[in-house]
Design a protein around this ligand. Structure first.
Ligand SMILES: Nc1ncnc2c1ncn2[C@@H]1O[C@H](COP(=O)(O)OP(=O)(O)OP(=O)(O)O)[C@@H](O)[C@H]1O
Length: 254
């Protein structure tokens, strides 16, 4: 088993004839939080969407290079995109629970449809496990059948994390998961990421360098579709090797 859960090699992505990712390579060690930071429009979300094959849903996309998740070649013709999405969970910038479904159903739906649970008892156990892992159980255990829309923004985001975890992913991609949350809700999710890496690996896209510094073990700085530098977070923040990285982390980039 490779020490890397995710390997990206010479990735190039064109959308509508425009080159957005221009040759990115990354190696993400298991059981870490790996942050991808960079200014708006640098290609962070596009890179993330390539990893779990969400880009398949877009028109006119060309992808070159390789992505391996847990040793599986994500774009091999024999790889099933649904299998990739089962292995790779995703949490988006805006919490997107199914608002009219209950808290319970939001978490139970994936395991039910993918036959991860064989009966009601197993399903109940997965729902409870996932809600506990997402630090939400205590707040919702007495109202599991209330609609998800009744939860606060921070709770809805933790519900989305629970929904992803219920599928038992190997890798969790988080695309600016706290940018719509207040500081209290944000710090809860940051604590959660640090706890979750005991079991899985997290790739976190953020345009907040402070967040990358607080939660990540490794960080990569992306600018205009290219990796400027990658390293252990402590090192990149104390001794950036590239002037652009220094500008970005000190807030001097326009
Ligand atoms: N479906 C699409 N069709 C055309 N262009 C796209 C598409 N998706 C992204 N782009 C373009 O690709 C570039 C990179 O976008 P992307 O969302 O990956 O950047 P980002 O670094 O995540 O930015 P932000 O921090 O603002 O989310 C942008 O110029 C964007 O307009």
């Amino acid at each position: 088993m490779s020490e890397y859960i995710l390997i990206v090699k010479d990735l190039m992505i064109r959308i509508g004839g425009r080159e957005i990712v221009k040759g990115i390579s990354l190696e993400v060690p298991r059981n870490t939080v790996f942050a991808i930071m960079g200014p708006s429009g640098s290609g962070k979300s596009t890179l993330l969407r390539a990893i779990n094959r969400l880009l398949d849903l877009y028109e006119d996309v060309r992808i070159e290079g390789k992505i391996y998740v847990n040793g599986i070649d994500v774009y091999s013709p024999t790889t099933d995109p649904l299998e990739v999405r089962r292995m790779v969970g995703m949490v988006f910038q805006i919490p997107n629970p199914l608002p009219h479904l209950s808290i319970y159903e939001n978490v139970a739906l994936g395991p039910k449809m993918n036959r991860i649970a064989r009966n009601k008892k197993e399903l109940d156990e997965i729902v409870r496990w996932a809600l506990e892992k997402a630090y939400l159980w205590d707040e919702v255990k007495d109202r599991l059948h209330a609609p998800a829309a009744k939860l606060s923004g921070g709770q809805q985001q933790r519900l989305c994390i629970a929904r992803a975890l219920a599928m038992k992913p190997k890798l969790l991609l988080m695309d600016e998961p706290t940018s719509n949350l207040d500081p209290v809700a944000t710090s809860k999710i940051e604590e959660l990421m640090i706890e979750l890496k005991k079991d899985i690996t997290i790739v976190l896209v953020t345009h907040n360098p402070y967040q990358a510094a607080r939660v990540s073990d490794y960080v990569t700085f992306i600018y205009d579709g290219r990796v400027i530098e990658t390293g252990r977070t402590g090192e990149v923040f104390t001794r950036p090797r590239h002037e652009l990285t220094e500008k970005y982390i000190t807030g001097r980039m326009g």
